[in-house]
Write a protein that binds this ligand. Structure first.
Ligand SMILES: [Zn+2]
Length: 387
């Protein structure tokens, strides 16, 4: 918190290109850029190739050229090797470009030039697109270790966490910060994040969890967006939370009636650009407190998204990651849930009903229960035999 900030202009110039595909409809307020240097120190062993671009030619506003990736490369894993780690068999749909990795109860579809993969029918957004070279398909080591392994073979993480007891629920926005607004229907995000959180609290308490809300009425925690978001994370640390769940609703500016559905976010791993940004910047190289829980963030986000899709039957917008200010400083596993689009008329009307918010709260609670059960299973299987 006392380290010197890195000048923003320098960060802007120091960028590298990554292979990123899809863009997400995003909440600019909650996705406020993290402040480099605020708490963390850049990793000494950052494998990233950060390059300063040459003096800008007249056309430099266009996408900078991609750096040449050379293989073999310690940051990338051949999909055959990755499949072995995942305990899955590789079947090629298109040789060297598209593969289906399977076992008895898992199906993972991957393709070159895509950050999106499909795991058991669910959309998962990696940090970097897979790359096809010389007839082989490669995935980044980070995506394998911090995303796919925790989802497919969580026992391989090698560390365990106790069954969570204390949950911090964070109703997004509040007070003068209304969050997303549907002007036509006069709906404010802050109203529904609070109501959903209160419902979730009730459900979790009847299941024996200790629950703390970051706010229980219509107010901002601190004047100033960054301070407000930071305060939410501090509360989680003060009560020694085992899980942090931030609740939001989404909106897009364009094609409002075409975009709908559910998203669950984890904090982006170190060295990876968020799903919402194509270019890798220097602040992506910073190790943030939220990164200590990368594998559990993945497990938690994926598990909750699974329950939401199963119970709410809305469009799957994906299990994603972003450099979200509210998740950056949390030192327990943390996720941000986007429970539907207020910009979409049909979905906004649905969000405005108590019945939907109750259903959403129950689905989140069931996701948290499933995560806790998963941790319990891992803990028991990690115990030495005979004890
Ligand atoms: Zn929001």
């Amino acid at each position: 918190m006392n380290s010197r900030p890195v000048p923003r202009i320098a960060l802007g110039w120091l960028m590298i290109v990554s292979f990123v595909g899809a863009r997400a409809g995003d909440d600019a307020a909650r996705a406020a850029p993290t402040r480099p240097g605020a708490t963390a120190t850049p990793a000494a062993s950052a494998p990233a190739k950060v390059v300063a671009p040459a003096p800008a030619p007249a056309t430099a506003h266009k996408t900078p050229p991609a750096p040449v990736l050379r293989f073999p490369n310690p940051e990338w894993v051949d999909i055959m090797v990755a499949a072995k780690r995942l305990g899955l068999k590789v079947g090629w749909k298109v040789s060297g470009r598209e593969a289906v990795l399977t076992d008895m109860d898992t199906r993972l579809e991957v393709a070159s030039d895509r950050i999106e993969v499909e795991l058991d029918g669910q959309r998962v957004f990696l940090g970097q697109a897979l790359v096809s070279r010389g007839g082989d398909l490669f995935i980044t080591k980070i995506d394998l270790e911090r995303c796919l392994l925790p989802l497919v073979r969580p026992a391989i993480i090698g560390r365990t966490k106790p069954r969570p007891k204390t949950i911090v629920i964070d109703p997004g926005h509040g007070g003068p910060d209304k969050g997303k607004i549907n002007e036509r229907l006069n709906l404010f995000e802050k109203t529904y994040t609070l109501d959903t959180s209160l419902r979730l609290k009730k459900i979790l308490e009847t299941r024996g969890w200790k629950v703390v809300l970051t706010r229980s009425d219509d107010r901002q925690l601190k004047p100033g967006k960054q301070e407000d978001l930071q305060r939410r994370a501090e509360i989680a640390d003060e009560v020694n939370a085992d899980v942090f769940v931030s609740i939001h609703f989404n909106a897009v500016a364009d094609q409002v009636e075409k975009v709908s559905g559910l998203e669950v976010y984890r904090f982006s791993p170190q060295h990876q650009p968020p799903v919402t940004r194509a270019l890798r910047r220097l602040d992506d190289e910073i190790l943030n407190p939220g990164n200590a829980n990368d594998p559990w963030n993945s497990m938690l986000a994926y598990t909750i998204q699974r329950r939401l899709l199963l119970e709410l039957k809305l469009d799957d917008r994906g299990f994603k990651h972003d450099r979200l200010a509210v998740l950056r400083l949390v030192s327990c596993p943390a996720v941000l849930i986007e429970g539907g689009f207020l910009s979409n008329t049909a979905e906004a009307r649905r969000i405005a009903t108590a019945a939907y918010r109750q259903q959403l709260a129950e689905a989140i609670a069931n996701g948290l229960t499933a995560y806790a059960t998963q941790l319990e299973g891992l803990r028991l299987s990690a115990k030495p035999k005979g004890r």
